[in-house]
Each structure stands twice: as C-alpha cells, then as structure tokens.
Design a protein around this ligand. Structure first.
Ligand code: HEC
Length: 232
C-alpha cells in the first residue's frame, strides 16, 4: 500500500467506515485500538482468501456448458494444450499455475545482488496463475512485456536465451504461430477472466490513487475497475 504506518493506523482507526469495521472484525483488541499493522495484514489476508475465481467462461465450458466458449476461444484452448505451444505443461488447470518453478530465460530481479555473468545455472521463476491475466498487464515479474501478444511472441521465439541464461526449460522452444492462431490464443486467455468475486467498495470509501488519501466520500460503491484494458 506504500503508506506510512505511523499515519495510516490513526487514519484508519478514526475513519468512519474502517474504524468500526476493524472493531467488529477484531473484538479481542482493545477498544479504540483495533487497527494495527498485524490486524491490517490479517484483514488483507482474509480478504484475499475470499477471492476465488472459478466462474470464468472457461470454467463454465469445463462444467459442460458447450456454448460458454466462442469458436476462436475454443481453438485457442486447443492451442494452449497442444504439443506445439506446450503452455499447459507449465500453466496447469485449474489454477493455470505450477508448483514447480521454470526457467524461461528471463533473469529474476536481483535488487542489490550482483549477478555473476559466469554463473550459468538455470534461473528459476515461479509459474504464475493465468486467471484474470487479461486484466493484469504488463506481464512477467519485471513487467517487461506489455501485452499478451508480446508474451506469446516471446514464447514463439523460444523464450530469451542469453549468454548468462544458457539453460532453458526443455518445454521452451520456438514454434510457428500465424496471426489468426495468435488471436485465438489471446482470446482463450481472455476467457479465463472472472471478476465475479471482486468486492464492492464500502459506501464511505472513495477510490484513491494513494493509500494515505483514504477519504470519506458520500456515494461511491462502484465495483473497482481493473487497472488495465479489458480483454480484446
Ligand atoms: C517452462 C514452463 C512454461 C511454459 C511452457 C509456459 N510458461 Fe508462461 N510462464 C512461465 C513462468 C516461469 C512465468 C513467469 C515469468 C516471470 O515472472 O517473469 C510465466 C509467465 C507467463 C505469463 C505472464 C503472467 C503474468 O501475470 O505476468 C503469461 C501470460 C504466460 N506465461 C502465458 C503462457 C503461454 C500462452 C504459454 C504457451 C505459449 C506459456 N506461458 C508457456 C512458465 C511457462
């Protein structure tokens, strides 16, 4: 949240919406002191556990609604699980993530750590979930790819093999993809979007670009918008 804790805690405690909500959620805390870094962290963690996205059009298709996916998306699904692209081997349903990290050529961010150019061990990255991926550009841990087409092109070009990254996962190899196949694959990734469980903002909390500016607002209970453009 990039907020200064010294300022944030009294601000939330005295806030007409958050203050009482923290008191209710954490009755064991001393009255007037329910907001702390620990209760904020527990509240955020509890909130994140409610974000279960399992009602995308892909999920409905898998549950038997054959009309839930349009033809290009269905072709995209077939490409995603084909031996040509091998996407599904790392991004495994139902989460489209993997517990096993992979080396796709991108170097992990090593802030403050000098990377030895002669250290040629494979550099492993967590395989992230692709659910709601159409809403979360830019991509990769360093945000280096700006849209889904760039990500797919990255894979079709065989990942990124550099001198300090000689080892790529064997599932990353160049493949041919024509423009309509590219569009089908992007369309399929868009079918993993499910904004159903996104919470409503409490009525007296206005969207703010900065957490230090949590303010009162009279009537704004819009569903938060995704940060980036919707799936194409
Ligand atoms: C060898 C395993 C592997 C294969 C095969 C693979 N991926 Fe990935 N994928 C990864 C890893 C690891 C990352 C995380 C990279 C990073 O954080 O920089 C990733 C990241 C992504 C992202 C970005 C997610 C985000 O939120 O930033 C997308 C989109 C994606 N992959 C789609 C695909 C598609 C489409 C294919 C098939 C063409 C594919 N992947 C094949 C391992 C793989």
């Amino acid at each position: 949240m990039a907020a200064d804790p010294e300022a944030l805690i009294p601000r939330l405690q005295n806030h007409p919406e958050y203050g009482p909500r923290f008191e209710t959620a954490f009755p064991a805390e001393k009255p007037g002191a329910a907001v702390s870094l620990e209760t904020i962290a527990r509240a955020l963690a509890a909130f994140e556990r409610t974000l279960v996205f399992s009602n995308s059009r892909y999920d409905r298709f898998v549950r038997g609604d054959r009309d839930a996916l349009m033809t290009p998306e269905r072709r995209g699904l077939n490409l995603f699980r084909s031996l040509k692209t091998r996407c599904f081997e790392c991004h495994q349903p139902p989460t489209f993530a993997s517990p096993v990290p992979g080396s796709i050529g991108l170097a992990p961010l090593t802030a403050g750590v000098d990377h030895d150019p002669l250290d040629s061990r494979p550099q492993l990255l967590e395989v992230p979930s692709l659910r709601n991926v159409a809403l979360t550009a830019p991509y990769m841990h360093d945000g280096s790819l700006e849209d889904l087409e760039s990500v797919i092109r990255f894979y079709a070009d065989g990942g990124q093999r550099t001198r300090s990254q000689p080892f790529l996962d064997t599932r990353i190899r160049p493949f041919e993809l024509d423009q309509s196949e590219m569009e089908d694959l992007v369309a399929f990734l868009g079918a993993l979007t499910d904004t159903g469980p996104v919470a409503r903002r409490p009525p007296r909390v206005r969207e703010s670009a900065h957490a230090n500016e949590v303010e009162e607002a009279t009537a704004s209970s819009d569903v938060p918008r995704p940060r980036s453009s919707p799936p194409r």
